[in-house]
Design a protein around this ligand. Structure first.
Ligand SMILES: [Zn+2]
Length: 248
C-alpha cells in the first residue's frame, strides 16, 4: 500500500515534468568504525552524495584519513560535544541562558577541531535538532555557510538552512528501523506538500545514524537508495550545493 501511494504521488510529479530532489545526512560520527565502512560503501556503490555530521570533541585525524578525498562525502559540524546541558525533556547543548557571544565562542572552538579534516565544510548541524534562540545569529557571526536541522521546507531565516525530513530510525523505546510503511508514507507526505505548494525544488532530507542501524534499517536503506535513482526518478544533491542555492 505504501509503495502504491508513493508511486501515485510520483506519477503526479512526472505529469508536471518535475523530479524530486533528495539529500542525505548521517549524524554522530566521531571516528572510523565497521558501521562507517558500511555506510561509505553504500554511498559509493549508489554514487550518492553524503553529508557526515561529525561531533568535534576529539581528534578527528583517523576519521579524515578514512574518508579520503573522493569529493562525495562532506563533513559538517555536529554541535560542539553532543552533551546535553538542558534540564527538562528537550535535549540541547546550549542552555537557554547562554548569550550569543558564548554560543559563538563554543561554535568556533568546535570548528577549529573539525577544520583539520580536508572534507570539512563550515556547515552546522545542531544535536537533537535543537535550535537555541541565539544560534542563527551566532552562526552568522562565525561565518558559517549554512546549517541543517529538522522539518522546515525552506530557509526560515536569513542564514541558508536545509533541513532533514525523513528519519530512517525510530527512537522512543530504543533505536530501531522506522519501518518501511512509515518511512514511505512520510516520504509521500513530503512530496505531496511540496507539490501542493508549488515548492517542487525544495529538497527532502534523509536522516540516518550509522552507529545504531539494525539489519532491517541497513537493508531498507540499500533498497531505497537503488530504487530512488532508478524507478523513483529522484535526484540526489550535495548539501553544500543546496545551501548555496538556498542563499540566493
Ligand atoms: Zn546527534
Amino acid at each position: 500500500m505504501s509503495w502504491l501511494l508513493l508511486r501515485l504521488e510520483l506519477r503526479r510529479w512526472r505529469a508536471a515534468g518535475r523530479k524530486p530532489v533528495l539529500w542525505w545526512r548521517d549524524d554522530d560520527a566521531r571516528a572510523p568504525s565497521a558501521e562507517l565502512d558500511r555506510l561509505l560503501d553504500l554511498a559509493a556503490r549508489h554514487a550518492t552524495p553524503l553529508t557526515l555530521a561529525v561531533i568535534p570533541d576529539g581528534d578527528i585525524t583517523a576519521l579524515a584519513a578514512r574518508l579520503g578525498d573522493t569529493g562525495q562525502v562532506c563533513v559538517a559540524q555536529h554541535g560542539i560535544d553532543h552533551q546535553n546541558r538542558r534540564t527538562g525533556p528537550a535535549a540541547g547543548e546550549f542552555p537557554p541562558e547562554w548569550r550569543r557571544i558564548r554560543v559563538a565562542t563554543q561554535l568556533r572552538a568546535g570548528w577549529a577541531r573539525l577544520a583539520q579534516a580536508p572534507q570539512a565544510a563550515r556547515i552546522f548541524v545542531p544535536p537533537w535538532n535543537d535550535i537555541h534562540p541565539e544560534l542563527a545569529c551566532a552562526l552568522e557571526d562565525c561565518g558559517y555557510r549554512g546549517w541543517s536541522a529538522w522539518g522546515e521546507m525552506a530557509s526560515p531565516g536569513q542564514a541558508p538552512r536545509v533541513d532533514a525530513h525523513l528519519d530512517l530510525m525510530r527512537w522512543r523505546g530504543g533505536a530501531r528501523f522506522r519501518g518501511e510503511g512509515r518511512f514511505l508514507s512520510d516520504l509521500t507526505a513530503q512530496l505531496a506538500s511540496r507539490r501542493r505548494s508549488g515548492a517542487w525544488s525544495a529538497p527532502i532530507g534523509l536522516l540516518t545514524h550509522h552507529l545504531v542501524h539494525d539489519a532491517r534499517a541497513w537493508s531498507f536503506l540499500e533498497t531505497f537508495l537503488g530504487w530512488s535513482r532508478g524507478q523513483g526518478g529522484m535526484t540526489w544533491n550535495a548539501l553544500p550545493d543546496l545551501l548555496a542555492a538556498a542563499g540566493h
